[in-house]
Design a protein around this ligand. Structure first.
Ligand code: ATP
Ligand code: MG
Length: 451
């Protein structure tokens, strides 16, 4: 019936040999029926975690209090969960306790949507579909199991998951399910930032994040989790843009590379400061003076609130802060080098991707501008020259300044090194130890020395 990979069949035979049931459940069954690539294998069984641990050699107790262990088998990871019934969702975050159940039917009832509540019996080779998941999958419908309002009260993440699955598969959310989201907003408020972040990431990884984000907006979740973005609605941008700031940000996010989360985040947030920065001139023109700085501040605030890693926060904030560059053909090579140095060699492809996405998200713009393409070419040739573009590649370092010139340790070292980099960006020929020490000495004595 379903084409089950060899490794999954082999895995299940260990369960049947030991007298246990073994079902493939959740996303794997759904994705197989959709013909999509399988992300991970979730297995449900009547075997208790201890019994699974006894059967296999490499078992990690990943979620032992929910009855889940991870088994590493022939290079594949299997998440094995004992059949369970979730009890008392008092706080709307996570079940308070789990009770194991002898029946797969009970286990399927506690799942979120019909398309996620099918199980494939790996021992008897049949599909169990007590909630009509297959039909909904064919019709492209996300439907909660049972009473949607009650199911959302149990776990406030489910409304976000509904939007995420709809966006991922291009499905619609069944009317009653969708209508229960606005009334469940208080439960969504209690979900941890990490779980919200992970769903947001999944939406940003779909081919058109604007679909998922619009769904979140339509049901009132967006203004809860990203109020700064929701506030960009109806903020007009004058003649050049017919989209408001919000639409522009969504389309920029769509136009950013699908496999680059950092650029997608930067695209989604790059103009967040516009509502605050907006001024109308006496001539009726709209300006957003220094909006990139305000946008960078808001970007950092959001990413920290959602508990993104420092690495992601720093990279995205930097891209947003640097996104307003204006290339002209008359830039010298030194100017191109200074640009690369300011953005950072490691961020240069990302900032160009961001600008492409920004341009493609303007009304009527189907191609990137000639000047962006020209800048990309200039950058490419400057990079090929392999010149010094950062402090690490200078012919002297901080220790040299301390030992050779007697400059005291501290912030002045950084100032001198920055000045040396400026000189070398201007004239790469200066990157020789003796020359740089001489420049450093002159700079220090005339500009920084206090005694
Ligand atoms: P994917 O892994 O592709 O994102 P998935 O459906 O496998 O999708 P998981 O988070 O891996 O999602 O969850 C596995 C299964 O567990 C789901 O298919 C669903 O049956 C159930 N499940 C997950 N999260 C919830 C939840 N918040 N409420 C109810 N059931 C859930
Ligand atoms: Mg999964």
């Amino acid at each position: 019936m379903l084409r089950i990979p060899r490794v999954v069949k082999d895995f299940s035979s260990f369960f049947s040999d030991a007298g246990f049931q073994c079902y493939l459940v959740g996303g794997a069954v759904r994705d197989m029926l959709l013909g999509r690539k399988i992300q991970d294998f979730d297995i449900a069984s009547d075997a208790l975690p201890k019994q699974v641990t006894d059967i296999f050699r490499r078992v990690i107790p990943t979620g032992i209090k929910h009855g889940t262990v991870t088994v590493l088998f022939k290079g594949t990871r299997f998440e094995v969960t004992t059949f369970r019934i979730d009890q008392e969702y008092r706080d709307g975050r996570r079940p308070d306790s789990v009770v194991f159940s002898p029946s797969i039917q009970e286990d399927l009832k506690r799942r979120d949507f019909t398309i996620n509540a099918m199980a494939y019996d790996l021992i008897h080779h049949q599909l169990l579909d007590p909630h009509g998941g297959r039909k909904d999958l064919k019709a492209g419908i996300i439907r909660a199991i049972g009473d949607p309002f009650e199911r959302f009260q149990e776990d406030g993440l489910r409304p976000l998951r509904a939007c995420r699955f709809a966006a991922q598969f291009g499905f619609t959310i069944e009317e009653g399910t969708f209508a229960s989201i606005p009334t469940s907003i208080d439960t969504v408020k209690r979900v941890s930032a990490e779980r919200i972040r992970d769903e947001l990431i999944r939406i940003l990884e779909t081919s058109s994040p604007s679909l998922g984000l619009s769904l979140l907006n339509d049901c009132g979740i967006l203004k809860l989790i990203l109020p700064e973005l929701a506030a960009c609605q109806y903020v007009g941008q004058g003649e050049l843009h017919r989209y408001d700031v919000y639409q522009h940000l969504l389309y920029a996010c769509d136009a950013a590379p699908q496999d680059n989360l950092v650029v997608r985040l930067a695209a989604l947030f790059h103009d967040l400061g516009k509502p605050q920065a907006l001024i109308s001139t006496d001539q009726g023109e709209i300006q957003f003076h220094r909006h990139e700085q305000l946008s960078a501040v808001l970007t950092e605030k959001i990413l920290r609130r959602l508990r993104f890693s420092n690495r992601i926060v720093n990279r995205v904030r930097h891209l947003v802060a640097q996104h307003m560059f204006h290339y002209e053909d008359r830039w010298s090579d030194a100017a191109v080098r200074r640009f690369i140095s300011r953005v950072g060699v490691e961020n240069i492809q990302d900032i160009l991707s961001l600008r492409r996405a920004d341009q493609l998200a303007m009304v009527g713009q189907r191609f990137v501008s000639g000047s962006l393409i020209a800048l990309e070419k200039r950058i490419e040739s400057v990079l090929a020259e392999d010149r010094v573009l950062n402090l690490r590649n200078l012919a002297v370092n901080g220790n040299d300044l301390i030992h050779e010139l007697g400059i005291p340790r501290g912030p002045k070292i950084g100032i001198v090194l920055d000045a040396l980099l400026e000189s070398v960006l201007d004239d790469p020929g200066q990157n020789e130890r003796e020359r740089l020490l001489k420049i450093a000495k002159g700079f220090y004595e005339t500009r920084l020395r206090e005694d």
